[in-house]
Design a protein around this ligand. Sequence first.
Ligand code: ZN
Length: 162
Amino acid sequence: MSQVRKDAVVQLSYVLRDGKGEILDEAGADDNFLYLHGHQNIVPGLENALDGAVVGKKVKVNLTPDQGYGDYDPALVRRIEKKQFPAKLRNPEIGEMFQIEEDDGVQVWSVTKVEPGHITLDGNHELAGKDLHFEVEVLAIRDATSEEIEHGHAHTPGHHHH
Ligand code: ZN
């Protein structure tokens, strides 16, 4: 019997709601959402809940931020003078993302506020600090290819991304 286990490629449909019941994200069967189990492709609390599940299994899981995208970190909010940005980046839209190379890798920042002289950037994941309510169904399970295991993620059929 095929079960969700390490190095399995799993197709899911899911609905993700926040603590107020508002839908944050969802995927149906047609969206072909795949992930590689055991490689931290999805949040830890959901990955644990799916371990050992079979096709057709429905899982409902409520996660606190520590099992989801982590706590919201106020230290990752920075108000920066516009003159520190290159001229073409000084009037960004709210929600625009910047990838900035730092000592310990690339950090993604999103623009949360634009003032005449300053831009405020937030480096938290957009779901950091949120309770996550997942309703998930396992649609398919297959063995990963050696290439997928090497890459640490699932490959969608016909999608040659590299
Ligand atoms: Zn790949």
